[in-house]
Write a protein that binds this ligand. Structure first.
Ligand SMILES: NC(=O)c1ccc[n+]([C@@H]2O[C@H](COP(=O)([O-])OP(=O)(O)OC[C@H]3O[C@@H](n4cnc5c(N)ncnc54)[C@H](OP(=O)(O)O)[C@@H]3O)[C@@H](O)[C@H]2O)c1
Length: 293
């Protein structure tokens, strides 16, 4: 089994986690809706991730809904002391699987209680407010009201730390005036580089940046340059994509998602992959072109 410690650690709130974590969204059914097709397989992925030393799992109660959190609880509760489970609020699923904004104080409080119950914890370690002004990416708009409501839930002791997701730099600045923001979770990977400056700013401040869709999301990354580098290094393209993120900035924490044990092992093995400078240069070039994401 890979020793994922070789990828290093970074601060997440007042905890320190390994930089290779796991994103649980893929464990729900098709369209992140309903139960998984292979429940035992989903539980096995979670147990193997924890056994391999993963101490940072990203989830939400709106995956399923409820399903992913319930799988995490079934697989891993009582949780190891070092495990940090990060969830997110801000959406409610329709009966048709649609994703609808849910930002009123009542909806946020209800979502915190849903997460507490389904994860089986008394307090949630980190909650990301998942901003929904834009469906496909960050869009401007004030986050004052929902973040103030979430900060109140933190004051009540239900939430230890607060992060933001799908936000602009302006929203982050506004958010930092309201609460202590410990992480930002935005769409970023080697072909989707809109947050380059934001990542560097956060690194300078010691704040974690957690890219979602690190492998390209529902359509995993494909590029000739990526495949060429992978072939040269005797690695897979997905391992190279993760190793590039690890090298891109020290504050990047990875949460690649998979429902497959084979892919989990492959992704964790990226901890051991060293990218020489010429490989970094070839990969950097992908982000400066319109390569398909
Ligand atoms: N804040 C937000 O708005 C937001 C949005 C999306 C996701 N997230 C979080 O970010 C995490 C990561 O995102 P994601 O899971 O959507 O996307 P991802 O990690 O970029 O990619 C997952 C996709 O890649 C496939 N895959 C994984 N490992 C692979 C490998 N080694 N080889 C080939 N294919 C592989 C998976 O399929 P298999 O299951 O077949 O492996 C799945 O289709 C999620 O789990 C979730 O926790 C947050």
């Amino acid at each position: 089994m890979t020793d994922i410690s070789s990828a290093g650690t970074f601060a997440l709130g007042d905890r320190t986690v390994k930089r290779l974590g796991y994103g649980a969204m893929q464990l729900a059914g098709p369209g992140v809706f309903g139960p998984p097709q292979d429940r035992d397989g989903a539980l096995a992925v979670l147990r193997e991730a924890a056994a391999a030393g993963v101490d940072h799992i990203d989830t939400s109660d709106f995956y399923g809904p409820h399903i992913t959190n319930q799988l995490i609880r079934t697989a891993l509760h009582p949780y190891p002391d070092d495990l940090v489970i990060v969830t997110k609020l801000g959406a409610r699923r329709g009966e048709d699987g649609s994703w609808n904004p849910a930002f009123s104080a009542e909806e946020l409080a209800g979502a915190v209680h849903d997460n507490l119950r389904n994860l089986g914890v008394d307090v949630i370690e980190v909650v990301n407010l998942r901003v929904m002004f834009g469906i496909h990416g960050p869009a401007e708009g004030s986050i004052e009201a929902p973040l103030t409501a979430l900060a109140e839930l933190q004051r009540q002791g239900l939430v230890r730390h607060i992060g933001l997701s799908n936000v602009t730099a302006k929203q982050l600045a506004q958010g930092r005036g309201i609460a202590n923001i410990v992480c930002v979770q935005n769409h970023y990977n080697l072909a989707h580089r809109g947050d380059d400056a934001l990542i560097d700013d956060l690194a300078a401040e010691g704040i974690a940046y957690v890219p979602f869709f690190p492998l390209g999301g529902f359509t995993p990354l494909q590029s000739t340059e990526l495949s060429d580098v992978a072939a040269r290094l005797g690695a897979t393209p997905m391992q190279v994509a993760l190793a590039w993120l690890l090298r891109r900035a020290p504050n990047i924490l990875l949460i690649p998602g998979t429902s497959s044990l084979g892919h989990l092992r492959e992704n964790l093995a990226a901890a051991d992959l060293e990218l020489p400078q010429d490989a970094m240069a070839a990969l950097d070039w992908i982000g400066t072109t319109d390569a398909p994401a």
